[in-house]
Ligand binder design. Structure first.
Ligand SMILES: [Fe+2]
Ligand SMILES: [Fe+2]
Length: 228
């Protein structure tokens, strides 16, 4: 799912992606997090999370409408980061409110999207409905080499090292087996599997809760080996 960008299939997602405030805020959020030393959080991450969240719900048989809401929540979830990292889920939810009202989304739609965005962070967030659960799974599964801004930082930064080591990450949704598997291919000469768990354990626990909410088990496979 990493290379897909199928905005054309989702016309309302396209409208959101092209909204001038969204374009500006997302660029600013990515720039701000770049100065703080975070991995890529711009249009690439937003698009990817949008499409993974959409696919999770679509594959599990949720309707096209609710899957589209997950895509929009995915695109907007990190748009508040330039206002401050700490409360970015809440600021992003408020930004989404204004943008989505302007684009003609109805209150029931933007309420679901705002709730999902406000609950995507592993510190304080909780899956509350299928859209928020799909957003959590999509966001937390984006671990990938392309998120590292400068490979020279991998020696001293564990987040950059783990992301840089991840050559492939794929969220495999098996509707028949009600199973969601995060498949990772990690170059263990760059970062060991233990380092991955050192920084991502809380995210994986949140993924398990989100999968549970969708009536699925959550599994992880690293380099072809089932971890749990
Ligand atoms: Fe976030
Ligand atoms: Fe994110």
């Amino acid at each position: 799912m990493h290379s897909t960008n199928r905005g054309a299939d989702l016309p309302r997602l396209k409208l959101v992606q092209n909204h001038p405030d969204v374009v500006e805020f997302l660029a600013k959020a990515d720039e701000y997090l770049g100065t703080l030393g975070y991995t890529e959080h711009g249009a690439r991450h937003a698009s990817l999370v949008a499409h993974i969240a959409h696919n999770v719900l679509e594959r599990l048989g949720h309707g096209a409408d609710v899957s589209e809401l997950a895509a929009v929540a995915g695109y907007l979830h990190d748009v508040g980061n330039f206002i401050g990292r700490e409360s970015h889920p809440q600021s992003a939810a408020v930004i989404a409110y204004h943008v989505l009202r302007e684009l003609g989304f109805n209150p029931a739609e933007y309420a679901v999207i705002m709730g999902a965005i406000g609950n995507h962070d592993e510190q304080l967030g909780n899956p509350l409905d299928p859209v928020s659960a799909a957003l959590i799974l999509a966001d937390k599964s984006d671990v990938h080499r392309s998120r590292v801004r400068d490979p020279r930082t991998t020696a001293e930064d564990i987040h950059d090292r783990v992301n840089y080591a991840a050559e492939r990450s794929f969220l495999n949704v098996d509707p028949a087996g009600r199973r969601i598997t995060l498949e990772l291919t990690i170059d263990t000469t760059i970062s060991g599997v233990m380092e991955y768990f050192e920084i991502f354990l809380s995210r994986m626990i949140m993924c398990r809760r989100a999968a549970d909410f969708l009536g699925c088990s959550f599994q992880m496979e690293i380099n072809g080996v089932k971890i749990f």
